[in-house]
Write a protein that binds this ligand. Sequence first.
Ligand code: F6R
Length: 608
Amino acid sequence: MCGIVGYVGPRQATAILMDGLKRMEYRGYDSAGIAVINGDGLTVRKAAGKLGVLAEELAGNAPTGRVGIGHTRWATHGAPTTPNAHPHVDRSGRIAVIHNGIIENANDLRKALVARGHEFTSQTDTEVLAHLIGEFYDGNLEEAVAAALRDVDGAYGICVISADEPDVLVAARNGSPIILGIGDDEYLVASDQSALVEHTRSVIYLDNGEMAVMTPKGYRVRSLISRRVDKPINQIEWDLETIERGGFEHFMLKEIFEQPESIENTMRGHLLEETGNVRVYGLKLDDDQVKEIKRIIITACGTSWHSGMIGKYMLEELARVPTDVEYASEFRYRNPIIDEHTLVIAISQSGETADTLAALLEAKQRGARTVGLVNVVGSTIAREVDGGLYLRCGPEIGVASTKAFTSQVAALAMVTLRFARLKEMSLLDGKRWVEALAALPGQVREILSRADEVKVLAEQFADANNALYLGRGVNFPTALEGALKLKEISYVHAEGYPAAEMKHGPIALIDDAMPVIVVAPRDAIYGKIVSNVQEVRARGGRIIAITNPGDEEISDLADATFVVPETLDLLSPILTVIPLQLFSYYVALRRGCNVDQPRNLAKSVTVE
Ligand code: F6R
């Protein structure tokens, strides 16, 4: 969620740091700061607010120096003020630290440091760490950092510099991502690949408990205990253009419109038309292992949890494997029942969500086989699972998840097919499923060509302060996802409900000020949802229906209708969610909200 960047090399650090922070701003953005080694001293500059505030302060008097660190903060300890912004310095003012994560024993460490005469200027756990490193410092920054970290409990990704060793940049990781960028006579550190690609594609992913020491002459990776660890150099596949907005007004809109390609990329090379099956070696599950699985638990957060819910409908219906979907944050604390016949599927766009990671580790510890459906290559979850599928939908920068959702559902559909074809699904049905999957990108493209229709709808409904989303069966999770999209970017209170459940309470809310968005493709339970829509109509609710061509019954009852092409019932969320994503985008735009950086939210939630 916060962004970290560090630089050591021949170029001026400030511009590189600010550029890197700009690219990671979407991760967390309530304050920002940099520290640069300047002559024989350290210049620290920081400001509350967006990165632009800091950039303005630096304009005309940016610190010069060739070693530096920068940070965008999303507050965890202490309010988003300038004193709480990173970097933090030690007692001498000569060591500076930036940090992502939470140091759990910060209070105890702080008390001990205060007893030894330290004074603190912020409420942060990071300042505690800076002081601790300072206490251990006797001319060797690397060893001081290692010693301090041995006293620390909790999660961190850190970068440290010292004015007394003006060529040295030290980074360490435990729980929060740290990536080293290997350039020509220069080295970068970042918590996110997007800050590195402009400079280098060669990277090293630090693992937990590892540190890196960089100077313009070279780098070394070590652990907290041993002096050297050999690490492979990986290549980043995404280029800068992929990460930038490509002419769209917002990342979110760009990402919505990328879905024909992103869904196609998720499925590329996996679909087998002839055998009505999928080739998914990455799952690392052979036929016998698949047959051995008696139960599946899907764990995830937010939008990824919604795609997991759709996965449950697919897996139970077609593969007949009992499947539970668990909020990762709940799963990890409730003593879940797991054995070696349980498969745990962790779904995460970022691959760094702290709750999902912890749930996954818990599942592993209890003996489950694990699979990850993850977008970010080399992310922690991707590296912890036994097997998995990369979503390959490209970087998702907009805070509201869109293309990752449809790719997750496509990936779950492929996992389902793998299981179903080994269990009960016929060759013919397998072929139909593959054909339907292959048709999805074109169908999404067709929906997007009518985005203006959704814009008109959004403008009509943008003044409402509440909204109810209804769906049944596999489109109940779609309704939840539609409601989440609306509330997170337009701050309109929205709830998703199974349509029939509405009469058990929420129906009391319905009047002509409450838009009701009904997700009602003409599937096996279409007839049932018609009666639910009638109940809304009878109470004067304003209805927007998402349905298929040929629908008459719901369209007659609705104030507005948007049609999506027909597909297999269980795949319909990939199509029905598109107008809901567009609707929330256009409502937010109309209400003047910051679509890509909604208040209080961060893209990658790396704290519990
Ligand atoms: C909503 C959204 C969040 C994420 C959630 C999990 O639009 O983006 O709800 O889905 O924080 O994130 P990942 O998928 O990165 O684990």
